[in-house]
Ligand binder design. Sequence first.
Ligand code: ATP
Ligand code: MG
Length: 585
Amino acid sequence: MKASQYLLPTTKDDPQDAVVASHKLMIRSGLVRKSHSGLYSYLPMGLRILKKIESIIRQEMNHAGALEFELPILTPSEFWQTSGRWDKMGKEMFRLKDRHDNESCLGPTHEESFCHLMKPMLKSYKDLPINVYQMHTKFRDEIRPRYGVIRSREFTMKDAYSFHLNDESLDETYQLMRRTYRSIFGRMGLATIPVQADSGNMGGSDSEEFMVVSPIGEETLMICPSCGYNGNIEKTALVLKPDSLAAKPSSDGTRVETPNAKSIQDVASLLSVDPSHTIKAVAMMGDGQGVLVFLPGDRELNEAKLKNASGFNELHAMGQKDLEKYNLIAGYIGPHTSFHPGLKVYLDSSISANQEYVVGANEFEYHKKGFIFGEIIHAKDSQYESFDLVLARKGDACPNCGTGLSEEKGIEVGHIFKLGQKYTKAFEMKVLDKNGKTQDPTMGCYGIGVNRCMATIIEQCNDDKGIFWPISVAPFEVCIVNITKKEEDTAKVEGIYQSLKQAGIDVFWDDRDLGPGFKFKDSELIGFPIRLTLGKDFVEKNEINILIRKSGQEIKHTFTNFENLKKQIADITQELYSDLGASNV
Ligand code: ATP
Ligand code: MG
């Protein structure tokens, strides 16, 4: 491909709304253009990258025996009613009505559609296991589309769904997908860590997210330096020091005035206690019902754990009206002997039965000192339900081995789930086993965000000059920059370009009539892995300067014949490919 016949709308300045490197560089290097909030158009150079990423995913999925499909993006509401997710999915679904007033949505994911499609085709154990997938557009009305294509409202996902007669078979495919994901990400030069994840409203049991460690990551990963445990912070269980069962009797403590002390920090410093010896109350609404959670004052609520424990789908902080309805006084909420009967009250299980705490007195500007939960924590008729409800933090004990956990930020590029029978039961998928008995098949699902992978690669592969693409996903493997003026010299460059092209080398020639500085900058910004410079040295001494973008290494190649040049490029290419394996940690 010649630049003179291509489109290279590169820019010097960062777009105003971009805060992360990948977003800035994708726009600056002319890979994508913003269409509207969370919507991006791919330009030819960007599309080549996206297609290379898709091709790696497709090859590996096919190699793992998965079958590619393509389903409609528009999904009828009946499918979602069947699974019960029409209401559960909330505002993230783009919903619309057709001219007959039938409701549909632009699919954010396709469990329902695949169940509907596969049901009549999967009749017996002979049809299982089967793993089906597509590489297709998804729509999600994200609250905050941001970071360019990392969180957009329209994106391409590879989504796969597997169907099995039993859990062993599901586990086999799940493990195969786990290995396949490692190969996929490795081949595109992404270093990923599989971390244990919360299953959210998908249902199911085992679930792992493939994370790329990055300071811009929206996920927090808890990593054990000792046993290899990796977990999403949402999932990581808090291991408790044993608390002797209510050795002390309950005590209501003494009432103290705490004017203007609403926050834990204010109260702790006013009463000279450690925040961990105070009790924090978090008042929320869960699917329209009042929820009150008590936590140690130095801890944060983990909403995913609360959702799992309570079964609520949607949680948000209580407003003033709700607080009044449930007789709660913001800033001074504490344990009570008779909460509003409609209020669900939860106690984090790390709260000690024996510790003296500072708690809210349920009275404006008053707290209580020396409050002990004592036997009421464990009483059979206790109004409190006790669960692990806090967010893990750095230094907490690893749930596997007890070592202090460390913390990293990560970008989720893929996710694998064991879904179980939630969807197959809802869709009444029945298969006959070997004994002729009907069974509900069990399911797995496996997603990869294609565009997010592209941006995440840039997050990992950029420097002050621009992007350095891993060779496997580079828009072109080789870029020729010529700085020749005379026609006969340019004709020689054309000869080299043509011969490389004929040899099947993925080559781009910046033949534009522009100054060398401009061309060099563009090639470094866009990030072609190998650059051949044909300038004065080429004209005078037949010398080609080969630059390896990633390492900055320069090689002087004396051009004698095409075969030698091709061999040199093939050697470099091979080395760059062999580097990729190493990135798969
Ligand atoms: P997130 O927590 O980041 O919103 P998710 O848990 O909703 O992700 P899944 O439903 O598991 O994501 O979707 C599978 C993959 O699709 C994700 O691992 C991610 O790579 C990609 N993905 C999800 N949402 C978006 C989005 N809004 N824009 C781009 N890619 C996305
Ligand atoms: Mg999401």
